[in-house]
Design a protein around this ligand. Sequence first.
Ligand SMILES: C[S@@+](CC[C@H](N)C(=O)[O-])C[C@H]1O[C@@H](n2cnc3c(N)ncnc32)[C@H](O)[C@@H]1O
Length: 136
Amino acid sequence: MKFKWDPSSYDDKHNYVSEFGEELVHLLNPDQDETILDIGCGTGDLTYKISTSCKKVVGLDSSFEMIQTAQKKFPDLPFYNLDATNFKIDFLFDAVFSNAALHWITEPEIVIQNINRHLKNGGRFVAEFGGKGCVN
Ligand SMILES: C[S@@+](CC[C@H](N)C(=O)[O-])C[C@H]1O[C@@H](n2cnc3c(N)ncnc32)[C@H](O)[C@@H]1O
């Protein structure tokens, strides 16, 4: 059975996830000239944080409900309801970022290929994931 994400409960009870993820944004160190992809962006808090220091950020998430909430919270940012195992965006990114999302995906090889396909030469991949028993 596929896990169903609930954006209200996520923002009320699990906001520590994106708070911890702020350290990862420091590691990403976005630059004003850069275009960045946030994979598994959830309700968009870190996508927004990244947007304050780069040229353009795109948030992608496979949960319609999470993306809908992200878009409501941050109407000026582009959010796409896409699956990390099967997506195509028509430009290349300087960096791909992902916080607390990749361990939910059981086909890591495909995701890594997709990330590689969307990165410019020399682009960065900055991600946090893991946790025993996290995935279904
Ligand atoms: C724990 S939340 C993290 C959200 C956000 N990155 C944050 O730090 O608050 C995990 C997110 O990964 C997303 N996710 C799970 N599988 C995915 C997939 N195959 N493709 C894209 N997103 C996925 C979920 O929908 C969920 O929004």
